[in-house]
Design a protein around this ligand. Structure first.
Ligand code: NAG
Ligand code: NAG
Length: 367
């Protein structure tokens, strides 16, 4: 009994002062913690509840969320085994089931034929010439050039597609004008109900999902996009309050980047600015940091819209994998998720479908 108590206290000590997630992960994967899984999990859950200011409706809900949390720790450990170069563990979403998480925090519905959807709904970009592709820098980051706004938070709303779209338009506007504006996702959530030209049932639908290419088509038709400060984010659909006279940016055109071609994606990124991409978010609920390079991540199942902002040549990947080239991806789940809101995903083999649904947008030059 006494020995058990001492051991429990020793296990709890690192939690008391834990200021980042690293301590947690070590314990998820640490064989030594298996002796008291229940107690350790409860302590980790209590720390999670404090850290994220969770309020549950009562003891039953608390107990239910604790069970979900425990299941997610097991899932994080499974992800860790399948994705050894990243770190998986406790995240701000550890008390949500996978179904709850996907319904609330993703929002691209393209489980069917991604290629057809992207190719058919917009003109394809002319591939970059060989010599241009050969001369691409070894690493590149639009954040360093001031083309990327701070990480935003979509909240419990399947509006990732709107954040992916505004990120691309913000970047294109920066390239055209040298000014970085914070643009409105809410305008898209409220006003854009555009359906895909090739799949009439794939329509943009506020917090229930959408596609970035539909959103570009809407922006070309509607007359532009307002600034965030004029049309702030609420995270719930409401009546459309778009006023064309107050549009800050007008979209001129958009194109598909040839699918599945990592070099073309890089060329388009460097040439045209941050790119809206879709990917399979299966490993993101438990992602804490590092270069994610899952051994299995179906590329046909694209369910999340994000923004490609750069790439690196050699990201250190823990364990046996050594160094891997990677993409730098801006997410819309706040700064507490991932690497201050960013995801690094290994590059070169269309992992998680990241090269499958890539689009570039251009804004009209200012009058
Ligand atoms: C953009 O606007 C949002 C919502 O008002 C705000 O939280 C965020 O800090 C702004 N980001 C930038 C980079 O200005
Ligand atoms: C798209 O618009 C930009 C800005 O107006 C223009 O420079 C470019 O030529 C256009 N591209 C296509 C394919 O129309």
């Amino acid at each position: 009994m006494a020995a058990q108590l001492v051991a429990a206290l020793v296990l709890l000590l690192p939690l008391a002062g834990a200021s980042d997630y690293d301590g947690f992960i070590r314990q998820v994967t640490d064989g030594g913690s298996r002796a008291w899984p229940g107690l350790l999990t409860e302590a980790q859950f209590a720390a999670f509840v404090r850290r994220h200011g969770r309020r549950y409706s009562g003891p039953e809900e608390y107990a239910r969320r604790l069970r979900v949390f425990a299941a997610n720790l097991a899932r994080a450990a499974a992800h860790q085994a399948l994705d050894p170069s990243a770190r998986h563990g406790v995240t701000p979403f550890s008390d949500l089931t996978r179904e709850e998480f996907e319904a609330r925090f993703t929002g691209v519905r393209a489980g069917g034929d991604v290629q057809r959807l992207v190719r058919g709904s917009m003109p394809a970009a002319a591939p970059a010439p060989e010599e241009e592709v050969a001369r691409l820098p070894a690493s590149f980051d639009w954040r360093e050039k001031g083309a990327v706004t701070g990480v935003k938070t979509q909240g419990a709303c399947g509006s990732c597609w709107a954040f992916s779209t505004t990120g691309a338009v913000e970047g294109a506007n920066f390239l055209a004008t040298g000014k970085l504006l914070n643009l409105s996702e809410q305008q898209l959530v409220d006003c854009d109900h555009t359906c895909s030209a090739v799949a009439r049932n794939e329509c943009n639908n506020g917090c229930a999902g959408g596609l970035m290419t539909n959103a570009y088509a809407y922006l070309m038709e509607s007359g532009g996009l307002m600034e965030q400060r004029e049309y702030p984010y609420t995270g719930a659909p409401g009546p459309c309050r778009f006023d064309p006279a107050r549009a800050a940016v007008r979209v001129a055109n958009f194109t598909a980047v040839p699918a599945g071609d990592e070099r073309q994606t890089r060329a388009a990124l460097v040439r045209r600015g941050p790119l809206a991409v879709g990917l399979n978010a299966a490993f993101m609920q438990t992602y804490v940091g590092g270069v994610s390079c899952p051994l299995v991540c179906p590329r046909a199942w694209v369910n999340h819209g994000v923004l490609l902002v750069g790439y690196g040549a050699r990201g250190f990947a823990a364990l046996r994998l050594g160094y891997r080239p990677y993409w730098i991806i801006k997410n819309s789940w706040g700064e507490q998720w991932g690497e201050r809101g960013y995801y690094r995903l290994c590059r070169g083999s269309n992992v998680c479908g990241v090269d499958s649904m890539v689009s570039a947008v251009a804004v009209a030059p200012p009058p």
